[in-house]
Design a protein. Structure first.
Length: 364
């Protein structure tokens, strides 16, 4: 775990901007050209306002069953992410991408029943340090993937950052200091597998379990402790394709689950309102993890695990508009956009637009 104070986090940020170190712990940075300096918030001298969005790309595809999703961060940027955030009136800094090792180089394809575990762990470890520092600075982390295994790094970074912030502020006599995180997980799948239950062994089907403290210990204890969230503050939305043992795991875990049938019956607005209230009960931070496979494949064909009967274009936007309007959102993650499977980047553009809705874009 990285020792952290808000001052140290800001020093790290200054070093990154001067190009003294790459985003991957001193390794060469793969690309960083997108950093929009004119939009840079001046947090050398004071905390960045919470509305400053810090983008971190994680070009990871080794948690998924097929390659290509590692090009997701590029697809989102090419799909207009910066322009759309600007149009939504958000300040942002793009920190570039985490460096990911390739399995061809590491020759570590299968590791027990958690495929590519060393690569996923290494990337999530680097990601968690960055996310932690952004939280410490009081910034808004926006993580773009990459397959859903990267959530393990995001959650660890959020949980550690929130703890360190809590410690730093506790001494100031402010009374109660925020420290718990709620999660809304929008996904066709439950992502509640473990190496024991997973039919494929792909880690992108396991991050919810890992956040709850179940799975390989190196993953559950990334950042030094587990669990990262309480099951009672986790809400799954959009479910329609669950593995047999995963169904039982969801029922046993204590997480809240809204299937596509719930959305059909009650409408997205009602589901989201209840989801926000469940995820923010006794919590101070709200993270939304959005798997693009939650959206129907006719609208979002560019993803590896398509399932028909998904969210419509408007249901997806409405969900994120309402979450944004709640004023509770403190971090966001978009995953599983795979441009190799896409149709002229329509899924990349959709995902960039959905991020803008989550971050405050208004129709009127
Ligand atoms: Mn997922």
């Amino acid at each position: 775990m990285i020792a952290g104070t808000p001052q140290e986090a800001r020093a790290w940020d200054r070093e990154l901007r001067r190009g003294r170190r790459g985003i991957d712990n001193g390794a060469p940075q793969t690309h960083n050209a997108a950093m929009p300096r004119s939009r840079t918030a001046p947090f050398e001298t004071h905390d960045s306002p919470p509305e400053t969005v810090h983008i971190i790309g994680v070009p990871m595809d080794h948690g998924a069953g097929r390659r290509g999703v590692g090009m997701g961060p590029s697809a989102l940027r090419i799909g207009g992410l910066h322009e759309k955030l600007k149009a939504a009136g958000r300040e942002f800094v793009d920190h570039g991408d985490i460096l990911i090792r390739t399995p061809e180089r590491l020759r570590a394809k299968v590791e027990g029943k958690a495929n590519n575990l060393p690569i996923v762990l290494r990337a999530c470890d680097a990601l968690h340090e960055h996310v932690q520092r952004i939280v410490l600075m009081g910034g808004f982390p926006l993580v773009i993937g990459g397959d859903h295994s990267i959530n393990i790094g995001t959650m660890a970074g959020l949980a550690v950052g929130v703890r360190e912030r809590h410690k730093a502020e506790k001494g100031k006599g402010k009374g109660r200091v925020p420290r718990e995180i709620g999660v809304i997980w929008i996904d066709a799948h439950g992502d509640l597998n473990t190496p024991e239950t997973s039919p494929s062994g792909n880690i992108h089907g396991m991050p919810v379990s890992v956040a709850l403290g179940k799975g390989p210990r190196v993953l559950t204890h990334l950042g030094g402790f587990a669990p990262k969230v309480q099951a009672n503050n986790v809400v799954l939305i959009g479910l329609r394709d669950l593995d047999r043992e995963e169904k039982q795991a969801i029922l046993d875990s204590g997480v809240h689950a809204f299937t596509m049938q719930d959305i059909d019956m009650r409408g997205m607005a009602g589901v989201i309102q209840e989801a926000v209230s469940l995820a923010t009960r006794n919590t101070d931070y709200l993270h939304v993890s959005f798997d693009i496979d939650s959206v129907d494949p006719r609208v979002a064909p560019g993803t590896g695990t398509t399932v028909f009967g998904g969210l419509t274009y408007r249901e997806a936007h409405l969900a994120l508009e309402l979450i944004s309007e709640s004023g509770k959102l403190t971090s966001f993650e978009m995953v599983e956009v795979n441009p190799i499977l896409d149709n002229y980047n329509m899924t990349g553009e959709l995902a960039a637009g959905l991020i803008a809705s989550a971050l405050g874009k208004r129709i009127l």
